[in-house]
Design a protein. Structure first.
Lengths: 196, 210
């Protein structure tokens, strides 16, 4: 009995000390981290819509992969200059978190990957500019993944087809949602010759 | 370990004599997983170097306090504590680095090489030698990962540190896990051959038991 206590006590003490060290670290680093993450999110949104002058606030939420994601209407002096949606697509080993922004005429202007956990060396090639730039200027009907040379659609990266598909699906869902939310209004406004 | 080992020798031991990957053949799983690129290998190596040194120092300081019967949970917990602290501090103050390395840091808790050095060395030696052993082993691990990374990224992707050098991908399989094992085996063989041929060593690396 005495032995058990003699052996266990040091272990308990180590556990308690480690717990205290981790808790103290968390206490002091969490606020800094939270602020940094918030600021990063704001900066990412700003990058998605450089023309926007008003603060970009969430306009609502939509659902993909059973999780809620926000979408935004970026405005300059009250006029919409870009529509942005945060989205995710299921890649090979993770959900690839992204931001997608559309011009007022519903063409993609930017795709940005915020977070992913794909295979280093293979799946993480979806981060490369040459892949993401393919989305620029494309409309909803063109967002189709093709294995092979294509200019009209999206060309999958060889060796990273699942990850390419994850990005493409995530972008497509986001564009579809934004077109549903804002597309009709834009079309009506164009038809009446007024800018919204 | 005997006392006549000088600190310089101890440091070199981690890099050459008992290189964690090529000689001790420990932590091969992460070594295969992250070395599809030089950059990944390097970042993982740096993270391991930190945790290894910290864990060795802590274990050495507490070596007379930890009863041998409960040493494994104690060592693992010490490693986990340092990993968590590094993860949190880095995520708050070094955002740019954290974005690159964050993926790997948490994995280090389960690395065989860390536990093995705590068990084999730090628990039996004073603070300074343990510190040097941690740094040496960490640098050895780092170098091994970078070497594997150079080999695999160049052949698999035709690039180095994400900079394209060759227009094509000469041997795509090299960046797949299969290629990782090929690269590891080839490199281990080469190093043993060099050791035997030029340095008169026994060239008997790759045991894992120690």
């Amino acid at each position: 009995m005495k032995d058990i206590i003699k052996i266990t006590m040091p272990l308990v003490l180590i556990f308690v000390a480690a717990g205290v060290i981790m808790a103290v670290t968390y206490k002091y680093t969490y606020p800094v981290r939270f602020q940094a993450e918030k600021q990063e999110k704001e900066e990412a949104l700003k990058e998605m819509a450089p023309a926007a002058t008003d603060p970009i606030k969430p306009a609502g939420t939509w659902t993909v992969n059973n999780k809620p994601y926000e979408y935004y209407q970026a405005t300059a002096g009250g006029h919409p200059v870009a529509y942005i949606a945060s989205t995710a697509g299921k890649g090979y080993s993770s959900f690839i978190q992204m931001l997608v922004s559309l011009t007022p005429d519903m063409k993609i202007s930017e795709v940005k990957v915020l977070d992913m956990n794909e295979t280093p060396g293979l799946g993480d090639q979806v981060l490369e500019k040459s892949f993401l730039d393919q989305f620029k200027g494309k409309g909803l009907s063109q967002i189709v993944l093709i294995k092979g040379e294509t200019k009209e659609n999206i060309q999958a990266i060889s060796g990273a087809t699942y990850s390419s598909r994850g990005v493409t699906n995530g972008v497509k869902d986001a564009v579809q949602t934004l077109v549903e939310k804002y597309g009709a209004g834009v079309r009506a406004a164009v038809a009446q010759g007024v800018t919204k | 370990m005997s006392n006549e080992l000088s600190l310089g020798k101890l440091f070199k031991n981690g890099i050459f004599g008992e290189n964690p990957v090529f000689r001790l053949a420990l932590s091969l799983c992460p070594a295969v997983a992250v070395t599809s690129g030089v950059k990944n290998g390097f970042l993982m190596g740096v993270a391991v170097l930190f945790v290894m040194t910290m864990t060795n120092v802590t274990v050495s300081l507490l070596r007379n306090f930890i009863n041998p019967k409960i040493r494994i949970p104690a060592y693992v917990f010490i490693t986990a504590t340092w990993v968590t602290v590094i993860d949190q501090v880095m995520s708050a103050y070094q955002r740019a680095v954290y974005k690159e390395m964050g993926l790997y840091i948490m994995l280090i808790v389960a690395f065989a090489i860390i536990l093995s050095r705590a068990e084999m060395f730090a628990s039996k030696n004073k603070l300074l030698p343990s510190f040097v052993d941690g740094v040496g082993m960490g640098v050895g691990f780092l170098l091994a990962l970078v070497m594997l990374g150079i080999f695999r990224e160049f052949l698999g992707k035709g690039s180095l540190w994400n900079v394209h050098i060759l227009p094509a991908k000469p041997l795509l399989i090299m960046i797949m896990p299969t290629g990782g094992f090929f690269a590891m085996g080839l490199m281990m063989g080469w190093l043993n051959w060099i050791d035997r041929k030029f340095f008169g060593g026994t060239g008997g690396g790759g045991g894992g038991h120690h």
